[in-house]
Design a protein around this ligand. Structure first.
Ligand code: PLP
Length: 383
């Protein structure tokens, strides 16, 4: 019999909304008007939105002028790449093979030449390959837009952003950083960095889905995300969803107080210890690389991810496969493939991701449920 989901361990997909964000959302929903209006109700909405802008800027180490609110990080990335390609005279795009689909699809949509930089077996971007790609672009007199993530959503690997900036920064090329899984968990320090643009999202830090931001340095101000009514200083048209933005601001301010990295890392440690009981042929992906501490992406070769996920769901435990397509189907992870993980093992990859509300009881519940699912699988195979 299907039980209701009790244990949520899929925080990289979307985390629980913070009470502060919910309160800000509900309160702003009571305001009537449009922030573009000059009358008092319009100004009241503008005040709420600008307070949120300050909070998001503060959490991202950015100035308020650098923050453009968007409908999602996907929008921020897609439009930064499409708009950037035009406004910055980009000739080619360089991406890592481990990018989120938002980056990969937007790069493809430009029709420009794309260079894909591989991942090393530990999940890190191959810096030598990036150096070579940049050199080749320079020899061709190409201007490249490099789009790379800061923290991988599937493995939690923290990319060497400073080293990447050292390669890209002093050249005529541009750097767009997908900081969606980093923002709130590690300092992203946008203003201090050499990165030209950076995408962030609210629903990964306890805000609502449907709002994100592109952070933009002044020299990229000509990048237009959506033309229209001149909102966001002419950079992103469309009436702003003030309630969502207010909630994003509240989450940006509150998340750092509730998300305790050490506590979360203890949960991943406990989970990895617990996984050892299932045999020695299991593997934790990216275990040798620098990881952010809230993700365990692992495979036990005898059980495919689709089967394990279904079994866990019936036990009331929500996790994700290495890569969940929006169709709900489980696809093979391009991130793990790029790290050299064999297809049979990649097909067994499960991602457990912890968040601000996760507890040691969640780890226990996961291990108990997984043990049961595995036992049933073994019994089924023996029958
Ligand atoms: N980039 C990364 C690394 C992500 O993990 C996600 C969401 O899963 C996105 C981009 C897209 O974010 P949004 O859901 O705000 O469009």
């Amino acid at each position: 019999m299907m039980t209701q989901t009790r244990v949520y361990l899929d925080h990289n997909t979307s985390t629980q909304m913070l009470p502060e964000a919910r309160a800000a959302l509900v309160s702003a929903l009571d305001l009537t008007g449009n922030p573009s209006s000059v009358h008092a109700p319009g100004r009241a909405l503008t005040a709420v939105m600008e307070k949120a802008r300050d909070r998001v800027a503060n959490a991202a180490g950015a100035t308020r002028q650098q923050v453009i609110f968007t409908g999602s990080a996907t929008e921020a990335i897609t439009q930064a790449i499409a708009g950037g390609a035009k406004a910055l005279d980009i000739d080619e795009i360089i991406v890592s093979a481990g990018e989120h689909a938002a980056v990969l699809k937007a790069a493809e949509a430009t029709g420009l030449q794309i260079s894909r930089i591989g991942l090393l077996p530990n999940g890190l971007v191959d810096l030598e390959a990036l150096r070579t790609a940049l050199d080749v672009a320079s020899v061709k007199d190409h201007i490249a837009l490099v789009a790379i993530h800061m923290v991988n959503n599937e493995t939690g690997i923290v990319q060497p952003l400073t080293a990447i900036e050292t390669l890209v920064g002093p050249t005529k090329h541009f750097l767009l950083v997908d900081a969606v899984q980093a923002f709130g968990k590690v300092p992203v320090d946008f203003a201090e960095r050499a990165a030209d643009m950076m995408a962030i999202s609210a629903h990964k830090i306890g805000g609502p889905a449907g709002v994100g931001a592109l952070l933009v340095k002044a020299h990229c101000d000509e990048v237009r995300l959506i033309s229209g009514g001149g909102q966001e200083q002419g950079r992103r048209g469309g009436t702003e969803p003030v309630a969502l933005i207010a909630a994003f601001g509240a989450a940006a301010e509150a998340f750092g107080q509730v998300y305790d990295m050490d506590r979360v890392a203890q949960l991943t440690d406990a989970l990895e210890q617990g996984l050892k009981q299932f045999g020695n042929d299991g593997e934790v992906f990216g275990a040798d690389g620098p990881r952010i501490g809230n993700v365990v992406n692992f495979a036990i070769p005898e059980i495919r991810a689709s089967v394990a996920m279904m079994g866990l769901d019936l036990e009331g435990v929500a996790v994700s496969s290495g890569s969940a397509c929006s169709s709900g189907k489980v696809g093979r992870s391009h991130v793990l493939t790029s790290m050299g993980v064999p297809p049979e093992l990649a097909d067994c990859a499960l991602r457990v991701s912890f968040g601000w509300s996760s507890t040691p009881e969640d780890v226990e519940a996961f291990l108990t449920a997984f043990e049961k699912v595995l036992r049933q699988r073994r019994k089924g195979q023996a029958a």
